[in-house]
Design a binder for this molecule. Sequence first.
Ligand code: ZN
Length: 322
Amino acid sequence: MEVKMYNEPIFLEPVFQERIWGGQKLKTQFNYDIPFEQTGEAWVISAHPNGPSVIKNGPLAGKTLLDAWNDHGELFHKREDDDNAYPLLVKILDAADDLSVQVHPDDQFAREVEKVPYGKTECWYVLSAEEGAELILGHHAETQEELDEMINNGKWDQLLRRVPVKAGDFVYVPSGTVHAIGRGIVILEIQQSSDITYRVYDYERTDAAGNKRELHLERAKQVTMIPHQDIALDQTEHNKEGLEIKKLVEETYFSVYHWNLYGEASVTKDWDFLQVSVIAGEAKITVDGNDFEIEKGSHFIIPATVEEFKIFGNAELVVSHS
Ligand code: ZN
């Protein structure tokens, strides 16, 4: 199929994942038709084989984003050296309970040890947080010996660094960072397209059959950054017609921005392809004279074949590119 002239946004259907810590907020806050009592994750822009999003419109309707990546690289300005894996994954997570404390490897460790293309650096935009909600980000060990000793002896209160959060906060989590999302928090996560997680601590929880989830302590100890370091983010803002753009992060694996739309703006391509998640309000996006309605909960890609578009309305968007 010839899709070189593809001139519309690629709208995507979320893929839901059941999790023991999941809840109902993907329905109550986003009106998604969720399939599980404990729905933890919506993979909203995914070409990951464990849950690729289905395309809703246009010449590739019914295909997955993974099919599009594999068969129509021109939509993503895919290069020969792209290792044949779509680079990013966008999710919404509803933490009705605490997530396990975990750490992810970097690309080198992922390739050498796990034989997968990517490690996992991730970032979180906090969509909502209940009063008193906290994350775990980093740890207090100064040396490998200290880290090993605190993990081996279960000194979690001493080891783990807790950070309070509220809606609108942004958290950058490079590979090697010990982290956990705490109960009462809903986040939009943009991450490298990887599923490799080393679980450090799971609060001694058991499933319905009485089984604990597996821990991966040896690998976790190997990949953890010691001592923990926070990365200073240069978060500048600028205005462009009816659009207020705040840069949240521009790092090796992804760039992420918060767009506050309060009118009209013309946007010209400055990326290979753009991932867009509407987190509040509604708007209209116009590509090549055709209008597309978007609203809170819409997720789409502006493909590499679209050079410019107009956007009009009152909405908040989180946009990202590799
Ligand atoms: Zn993680």
